[in-house]
Design a protein around this ligand. Sequence first.
Ligand SMILES: Nc1ncnc2c1ncn2[C@@H]1O[C@H](COP(=O)(O)OP(=O)(O)OP(=O)(O)O)[C@@H](O)[C@H]1O
Length: 324
Amino acid sequence: MIEAHELTKRYGEKTAVDGISFTIAPGSVTGFLGPNGAGKSTTMRMIMGLDRPTSGTVTVNGRPYAEHRSPLSEVGALLDAKAVHPGRSARSHLRTMAATHNIPSSRVDEVIEMTGLAAVAGKRVGGFSLGMGQRLGIASAMLADPRTLILDEPVNGLDPEGVQWVRRLVRTLADEGRTVFLSSHLMSEMAQTADQLLVIGRGRIIAAGPVQEVIDSVSAAAVRVRTPRAGELADLLQADGVTISSPEPGTLDLRGIDAADVGELACAAGIALHELCPRSATLEEAYMSLTQDAVEYRSDLAATTSAATTSAATTSAVPEEGSR
Ligand SMILES: Nc1ncnc2c1ncn2[C@@H]1O[C@H](COP(=O)(O)OP(=O)(O)OP(=O)(O)O)[C@@H](O)[C@H]1O
């Protein structure tokens, strides 16, 4: 269990984390989301005692990290997969960690097996791919068999098999009753992996709760209909106060009515439907809508587009001039 109360971190003028309070419960996977610079890594570092809060508190299993007698068996973290001496092998890195924390060396072999590193455990970490480094980071986090796991971007650099493995691993760990707190920028991955979400922006909590509840809180469910008589159906539904958009000819997205009522209405009017499908918003759609005011580092698509348009216009002007 991780509990934060009015947790705040300032770096000079910059408030990275702004008085947030939350509880990350055991037995489930909680996804930590937020735009670049939202304060996720800072929060994770404070949980791990690597950064001191400016004010407020954060505890893991009831105590601040530094006050645990055996912190590694309370909480394991993957915060920076590159923080391993490049000249060491994976096995020697894990053995050193085990020796300094009274962990039997048999556990090193266990986590090497568990993370699929057996074939490369004797190789220098400096030569590891990003994905192998991530696996080693996860092996280190799990070495002391902790009750709580904090994983910052665990699937970063992993191949599809590795991504699936992390998904299964965190599910198993949560099902065993552990607390799993992980961040990722991959929304589709988070939607498949997390049970609960904590979404922050500019250091503040924007949304928290079960994944589907967070999605539903921002975007009402829609119904998609395909029919050759879309115009007539739209006229009928509009009269009923339904919100209608048409992503393409012959297709309507409806809000404010459920699929059964659309079917009944169409049937009564003799309008054939080729598709009638209830459609929940995706986590990505909900996330974009939730964080639109909290994005600090926005890509300027409009500027890129107008530059491209200008350059296309200039290019197309050349042959015209030459042809005169
Ligand atoms: N050591 C530091 N000194 C000064 N400012 C910092 C420091 N660490 C983080 N910040 C600032 O605090 C804010 C939060 O940063 P943080 O790294 O926690 O965000 P994040 O949500 O993890 O972002 P990302 O998704 O890009 O990793 C940012 O504006 C960052 O520039």
